[in-house]
Design a protein around this ligand. Structure first.
Ligand code: ATP
Length: 265
């Protein structure tokens, strides 16, 4: 597989994720505790969904939360982009899917994350239809292989749940569907707090007011805003006429400059 050697426990912590508290609870009992305490789940004969589909607008934290789940569970994380599985060579794509799952089992506990999972949709009438069909069929075989899936969970992410192959979304496959919404003002405040957790923000900065001013911003837009703020602070530092200026924090004025440059995607 192309990404061989890239499975490791991600370093994204829950504190890095803002505003998705209810999803956290959902993941706790559907993936994290089953991986951490498999014997308890076995004792109570819980049947867990092997797969979860995260859907919603781009840049709102689907990848981020999947990584935080793996971190929390102490699980390895294999990140696959849906389109990467679609090789033109006959037989190659199915083999990649098989290898992917055998690698996941070998490094269990493991979470396989399929970004752009809608690329694996037989609903589309693209030229690649037959390759997609073969990949989906192989994927279904892997997801249905109940006794072999010990310690392996799958999370799919998409902006287009409407084009997804229904066979993939059935119970026992990517059977649980969770919406990751565009953040509201309170969630934007949480996201901003998460994003500046380790950054030098001056105490005069009112993050709540900034959150309110950033209507329709996604988490990823807010990350861009923070980066622009950092750039404004650097620019000021390097062009400041007062060479003795030793103030090294982001000030409200830096946020203001950034806000004039970033608009919601
Ligand atoms: P896409 O559908 O485009 O793949 P996504 O939903 O997977 O998007 P992420 O890749 O998780 O989005 O988010 C991109 C970046 O935006 C993150 O690395 C992070 O910096 C920031 N971000 C997005 N959502 C959040 C959030 N809820 N909390 C903190 N940061 C966030």
């Amino acid at each position: 597989l192309r990404r061989e050697g890239f499975s490791s426990v991600p370093n994204v912590k829950w504190e890095d994720v803002g505003g998705l508290d209810c999803l956290r609870e959902e993941f706790e009992y559907s993936i994290i505790t089953p991986l951490k305490y498999p014997e308890v789940h076995k004792t109570f004969e819980v049947v867990n969904e092997i797969g979860i589909l995260l859907f919603g607008p781009p840049g709102c934290g689907k990848t981020l939360i999947a990584k935080a789940v793996a971190n929390e569970a102490g699980a390895n994380f294999i990140h696959i982009k849906g389109p990467e599985l679609l090789s033109k060579f006959v037989g190659e794509s199915e083999r990649e899917v098989r290898q992917l799952f055998s690698r996941a089992r070998a490094c269990s506990p493991c979470i396989v994350f399929f970004d752009e999972v809608d690329a694996l949709s037989t609903k589309r009438d693209s030229e690649g239809g037959s390759v997609v069909e073969r990949v989906v069929n192989q994927l279904l075989i892997e997801l249905d292989g109940a006794d072999q899936r010990q310690g392996v969970f799958v999370i799919g992410a998409t902006n287009r749940p409407d084009v997804m192959d229904e066979a993939l979304l059935r119970s026992g496959r990517l059977g649980k569907h969770l919406y990751v919404p565009l953040p509201g003002a309170n969630e934007r405040f949480s996201i901003l707090k998460a994003l500046v957790r380790k950054k030098p923000v001056d105490s005069t900065v009112d993050l709540r007011a900034i959150a309110e001013a950033c209507e329709n911003f996604s988490g990823s837009d807010l990350a861009t805003l923070i980066n622009e703020t950092a750039k404004a602070a650097v620019k000021e530092k390097l062009t400041s006429v007062e060479a003795t200026n030793d103030d090294n924090t982001y000030k409200p004025r830096h946020f203001k400059i950034a806000h004039s440059k970033v608009s919601p995607s």
